[in-house]
Write a protein that binds this ligand. Structure first.
Ligand code: PRP
Ligand code: URA
Length: 208
């Protein structure tokens, strides 16, 4: 199973609060935003740099800036939206695309209803974001779509993953690195992650 668990103490502390059933919508959103920001810091650790020459107030010097085109961030609607602002706090110039998928409650299969991606995805480093990687169906389908539009360099950022979901993404997209704050025990009969945090979309948007 290939997955990078980001076990920074701040992320683990915030994750515990986000899991807690007594955490309300406002706090849930704030915590998810903060965790997404901290995870993005780790996920962008190996971005390529190039050298430029600049003038400081006292001298000329060579210094480093990010190389290549601006990154692309693709939240999977709807719960992925809860992580977008956190990512943009670290990489504010990133382009944002959207993939709309919902999981059919009976079949657990992803159903696509929207796709709008930045242009030139083939030239950008892309991050697909979704707090929950359960069966993996939604993330596999979203990555399929982003690849169909030409993207070659994709990372997946999740909050909580199930082993089944990690395996599904590893099998379908072995080139995609997965980052998660936790890999939980298993899925229940309804495809929910155990212990997980419940329905991420409902907890972010207060719809249940
Ligand atoms: C949730 C979650 C993932 C998906 C994970 O979305 O945000 O996208 O389920 O499950 P999977 O790995 O088994 O595909 P949901 O379908 O509930 O839609 P929502 O975000 O609109 O609430
Ligand atoms: N989607 C969620 O929001 N939570 C789960 O545990 C599984 C899928």
């Amino acid at each position: 199973m290939q997955v990078k668990v980001i076990d920074h103490p701040l992320i683990q502390h915030k994750l515990t609060h986000i899991r807690d059933v007594t955490t309300g919508t406002k706090e849930f959103r704030e915590l998810l935003d903060e965790i997404a920001m901290l995870m993005t810091y780790e996920l962008t650790r190996n971005l390529n740099l190039e050298e430029v020459e600049i003038q400081t107030p006292v001298a000329k010097c060579k210094a480093k800036v990010l190389a290549g085109k601006k990154m692309g961030v693709i939240p999977i609607l709807r719960a992925g939206l809860g992580m977008v602002n956190g990512v943009l706090k670290i990489i504010p110039a990133a382009r944002v695309g959207h993939v709309g998928l919902y999981r059919d409650p009976q079949t657990l299969q992803p159903v696509e209803y929207y796709c709008k991606l930045p242009t030139d995805v083939q030239e950008r480093d892309m991050i697909v974001i979704d707090p929950m990687l359960a069966t993996g169906g939604s993330c596999v389908a979203a990555i399929d779509l982003v690849k169909k539009h030409g993207a070659r360099n994709i990372k997946l950022m999740c909050l909580v993953a199930a082993p089944e979901g990690v395996q599904a993404v590893n099998d379908a997209h072995p080139d995609v690195e997965i980052y998660a704050a936790a890999v939980d025990e298993c899925l229940n009969d309804h495809g929910y992650i155990i212990p997980g945090l419940g329905d991420a979309g409902d907890r972010i948007f207060g719809t249940k």
